[in-house]
Design a protein around this ligand. Sequence first.
Ligand code: ADP
Ligand code: MG
Length: 701
Amino acid sequence: MSRLLDSPIEFLKGVGPQRGVLLRKELNVNTFGDLLQYYPFRYVDRSVIQRIRDINPPTQFIQLKGKVSGMRVIGEKQAKRLVATFRDDSGEIELVWFKSIDWAMKMLNTQAVYLLFGKPVAFNGTYNIVHPEMELFGEQVDAQTAKGLQPVYSTTEKAKKRNIDSRAIARLTQTLFESLKEYELPDFLPQALKQQYKLCSRYEALMNIHYPKNEKQLHEATRRLKFEELFLIQLQMLKLKANRGQSSKGYLFEKIDRQFDTFYKERMPFELTGAQKRVLREIRKDTLTGRQMNRLLQGDVGSGKTMVALLTMLMAKDNGFQACLMAPTEILAQQHYESIIQLLKGLKVEVAFLTGSVKGKARKYILHQLAEGNIDFVVGTHALIEDTVVFKNLGQVVIDEQHRFGVAQRAKLWTKNELPPHILVMTATPIPRTLAMTVYGDLDVSVIDELPPGRKPIKTVHRTDADRMRVFGFMRDEIAKGRQVYVVFPLIEESEVLDLKDLMDGYEALSRAFPKPQFQISIVHGRSRAADKDFEMQRFVKGETQIMIATTVIEVGVNVPNASVMVIENAERFGLAQLHQLRGRVGRGAEQSFCILMTGNKLSNDSKQRIGVMCNTNDGFVIAEEDLKLRGPGDLEGTQQSGTVNLRLADLVQDVAVLEAARQSAAVLVEQDPYLEKSEHRSLLQFMQASAKEKIWSRIS
Ligand code: ADP
Ligand code: MG
């Protein structure tokens, strides 16, 4: 691989130590190679300058030429802003800055002529442009960029203040290209693939994504780079999967007897659904191959994944192995632990609980017993993957997650043994197929597509503050029937204090509307002490309180079948996946359940759509697809935390076709040349070896 691309960014002409620090810290550009892949986020056709009079909705980014006058700072605190007038010979438009006001005032010169880029938005019957990009007219003519579309790079306020604006970055990429020879950007995509999909070369693509001469070039460059990006991910995933299939030996769970049988025949409180049975058969088959199972279990909220997990763990126990169940939160782990103990009462299975909150002697004891093999099942959180947790013979791992574990974290569990344990990952929220292919591309997939019998679909409605009295009345009616009610408030970390206030105000209002002793209310939030949380939860679970006021701590897992109403306050502040999860807390019993989404009167289009989706469907898979469409994958819960999909260019909504093609091609390649030994795959092999963290491409493992 090219050494040049690995060079620290400071060494690029025009950077130096100080700007180097900024590039690293602000833009995460550490090497020449990073800069090369710091793609523009849009382009401006510099040959077109619009006139203010001709601005017409719906208007995209435009370029204007003119002078600034009448700068004034108005408003206070959050509403404080700098407003200026921008004028050309056809008319004028307002410019607005909310941030970096001092800096903007200093920079703007009323004598100068500016070229301005920005997106006009309608406001009070006219237009204004918020945070325009401005530069002195005449300065913008860079030799290379002036010819075609000009790249616009994203940058931060801090970087901008130190003169690393979009144009500065453009100059740096130019400098880089001047010193790059074509051979330093070898094309590792196999020729055959390039021909099949008519892809341009890597050098061409990288050059043209920064400096396209026209739309067509840009399109071709983007197409090639998206394909490459998705192809490399798929190749890696499928290779991992293939390797495991071949060489990764796993434990054999030959027996199904004692504990499993006793439990299945005598203890199980219900008959399994057809889907649960099918999934169990799939798992059973995996654990009989002598290879490691790596399976993703998808199932909507309330579809009964926990029972499948428990039965799987019992299979391990019957074959002399330990099993662990890992949950994303302390509360959920606690619930799993309690329900498992309850279910297994009287059976000879030792179950332990281990999270960060288990400390001191108790912790030491559990660690010891785990290592000795005296504990069969351990239920816990992330704490289970810490190095201090050693098993005697871990045979089965169940991860009940909300996309919070990445490939790397899962891998960490495999090293806890001589042979890797079987892995079952359960997702609480269904994920769209494209995302599953990318995040979980190395796993086999099982789906529970059936809810336990007798469930009535939850009725979901949208209400605003004006309806509050009616909502309270409805709650009273349900409580009179003996049901319980959740009232959930959002909690967003940045404004935790404000949120807490919302919650406490809500609590007061509810306390007045639902007075003691007739009504009892539980309250749980992020600031509650663990013991209090527990106490309040238990009161609600036991039916001692009728209303549970909570922040999203109850989001995952809590199981109170008698609760039939879920009221979500400020519903517009929740994402779709989260709303669906919350709604899944009700509708667990035989009663008709309700979800009431409370919002203010004014809603953005986006929020309106989300609320609409929730009112129209209960199907988690439909909701997941809508979520992906509305938010875009970059924002999808968990994808960023998990660090497994870090796509620079490709978009899992728009580029489904490219993804399919990339996956298909990668599958063929792994099948036909699993070690990339053919000469036409040599540079691909080199590239994969250089970028892979594990040695997945060598024959000797
Ligand atoms: P999730 O898939 O969301 O984790 P759970 O495992 O918590 O769902 O199950 C939801 C509820 O459905 C629990 O109360 C559980 O006991 C119950 N349940 C699970 N499977 C069945 C079944 N086959 N028949 C009846 N109830 C079931
Ligand atoms: Mg669950």
